[in-house]
Structure formats: structure tokens, C-alpha cells
Design a protein around this ligand. Structure first.
Ligand code: CAA
Length: 259
């Protein structure tokens, strides 16, 4: 990756594309240009055939301590409505490849919302998640009330959102918000190991499984099962389905090409 970005670091490790938020002096506070950079790169990775999995992490002592308060402090409602800034965040949810988040330190407000856009979340022991917006006289605006509630249920989400309290990595694990808690010094290594593991799977299966799981969050069981079924049938149009099943029959490892 040879492009220069102001607020993120971007790198490619084999078939894993890595985006690291990079404003460590302000705990990776997310300003609008940073969101534009993140979305641009993630969409580029989504189109790049070499990339199978995307990792999102933060440089320094935080994943991200929220949206940039300095940028928002003087905003007015009409300006925000016209700016419509959160449609950019929405595009992260349209990315087809799996996104794995690696969280160390704070994931607060918009930082927590960005983490909740990931498909899988690993966190270091020191990670702290929360929505402190209530103490700023606002509320989450990039999906926090919706995604947290869908993950942990109404009562618990209500508690965290109304108090603004921070949950530890172990609490987040307990409530099903994250997948694993990992020693801080091993967080990136373990995340990359996992990313590389799923990067070896059949790319079209990865894509359609991700899509189907995300539909389960919004659809009724019946609708979701119809959606799943069509995707299952669709995979029988792929060379990788023939290769995967032939390899099983021939007792060898499959060689998936994403076609
Ligand atoms: N926006 C702008 N700057 C931020 C920031 C943010 N969200 N979070 C931290 N910073 C800056 C601090 O101002 C400070 O800068 P200076 O050194 O120039 O003073 C620097 O990062 C380091 O922060 P602290 O000195 O405060 O570090 P700490 O360890 O004492 O505290 C913290 C860490 C508890 C995370 C504290 O920084 C904090 O409370 N940050 C704000 C968290 C927050 O309220 N986030 C929600 C934002 S609103 C939002 O996200 C809306 C949405 O839904 C989109």
C-alpha cells in the first residue's frame, strides 16, 4: 500500500489488510476525515482480490476514545442533518469481507460504535467499552443504541447506555459483545493468526456466510432461512464448491480460488 493517509496506517500482510487508527495523542478520537479514510481503505480492500480478511485496530493506548469532541462541540442540528455524516459509517456495514476488530484500551462512544461494525471482536485485558455520550448531553449516533441492544438485549443495553459506565473486556465477553479476551502483548499476533486462519477458507463461502449472519440480525427466522437457502444454492455455481467436495472425496486439501 503506497498511499499516504493522515489519520490511519494501512498495511497488507499476505491476504490480510490492516487498518490502524493513528491519532494516538488524542486516543484515536475519530474525526470526519478519519472516517473517510477508514471507509475508503476498507472499500478498497473489499475490492482487492488479494485481500480476504480485514483487521481494524488502533495505535497507542486506545482503540478509539470516541468521536472527536473538539470537532462536534460547536455543531448545530441543521448543520448535522445536512452533513449527514453517518451515511459514511453505514458503508462499513456493506463491506462483504470479514472485518476483525482488535481492541486495546478505550473503545468509547464512536470508538465502541466502530468496534461494533466489526464482525468479530478480540480485546486485550485492559480494554474498556462504553457509551459516555450521556455525560456529554448527547447520545450515540453511529448505531450504538441499535447494535448494542441487538447484541446484549434491551435491559442490559439500557443500563450501559443510561449510566455511561464502562464495561471491562471480561464483561464484554460475558455479554457476548466480543469473541475473546487476549493478553495485551499478544492481541495483534492472535488477531492476525485468526485472520489468516479464516483467510484460507473459500472466499465466496466467507462472503455469503457473513452476509447471511448479518441478515439474521434484521430478518425474521423464516425470511432469514430463505435468504440462507438462496446463498447455499448460489455456492453450487462456484468452482470452489466443486473443488472443495472433490478434494474431500480425493482425501486432499482443497485449493480455493474464490471463483
Ligand atoms: N475527542 C477529542 N479528544 C479526545 C477524545 C475525544 N473523544 N478523547 C480523548 N481526547 C484527547 C484528550 O482531550 C487529551 O488531549 P490533550 O492531551 O490535548 O488534553 C488526550 O486525548 C488524552 O486524553 P486524556 O488526557 O483525557 O486521557 P485520560 O487517560 O486521562 O482519559 C478518557 C481517557 C477517559 C478516554 C478521556 O479522554 C475521555 O473521557 N475521553 C472522551 C470519551 C468520550 O466522551 N467519548 C464519546 C465522544 S461522543 C461520540 O462518540 C458520539 C458518537 O456517538 C459518534
Amino acid at each position: 500500500m503506497n498511499k499516504e493517509y493522515q489519520f490511519i496506517d494501512v498495511s497488507l500482510h499476505g491476504s490480510v489488510g490492516v487498518v490502524a487508527l493513528n491519532r494516538p495523542k488524542v486516543l484515536n478520537a475519530i474525526n470526519r476525515p478519519m472516517v473517510t479514510e477508514i471507509v475508503t481503505v476498507i472499500e478498497e480492500f473489499d475490492r482487492n482480490e488479494q485481500v480476504k480478511v480485514i483487521v481494524l485496530c488502533g495505535n497507542g493506548r486506545a482503540f478509539a476514545a470516541g468521536a472527536d469532541i473538539d470537532e462536534m462541540a460547536e455543531a448545530n442540528a441543521i448543520e448535522l442533518e445536512l452533513l449527514n455524516q453517518f451515511t459514511e459509517w453505514d458503508r462499513i456495514a456493506w463491506v462483504k469481507k470479514p472485518i476483525i476488530g482488535a481492541v486495546q484500551g478505550f473503545a468509547l462512544g464512536g470508538g465502541f460504535e466502530l468496534a461494533l461494525c466489526c464482525d468479530i471482536l478480540f480485546a486485550a485485558h485492559d480494554a474498556e467499552f462504553g457509551f459516555p455520550e450521556i455525560s456529554l448531553g448527547v447520545m450515540p449516533g453511529a448505531g450504538g443504541t441499535q447494535r448494542l441492544t441487538k447484541l446484549m438485549g434491551k435491559s442490559k443495553a439500557m443500563e450501559w447506555l443510561l449510566t455511561g459506565d464502562r464495561m471491562s473486556a471480561n464483561e464484554a465477553l460475558h455479554y457476548g459483545v466480543i469473541n475473546r479476551v487476549i493478553a495485551k502483548e499478544l492481541l495483534l499476533e492472535e488477531t492476525m493468526k485468526f485472520a489468516n486462519k479464516i483467510a484460507k477458507q473459500a472466499p465466496l463461502s466467507l462472503r455469503l456466510i457473513k452476509e447471511s449472519v448479518l441478515k439474521a440480525v434484521d430478518y425474521s427466522l423464516y425470511e432469514g432461512m430463505q435468504y440462507e437457502r438462496k446463498n447455499f444454492y448460489l455456492l453450487f455455481a462456484s468452482k470452489d464448491q466443486k473443488e472443495g467436495m472433490q478434494a474431500f472425496i480425493e482425501k486432499r486439501k482443497p485449493n480455493f480460488e474464490g471463483e
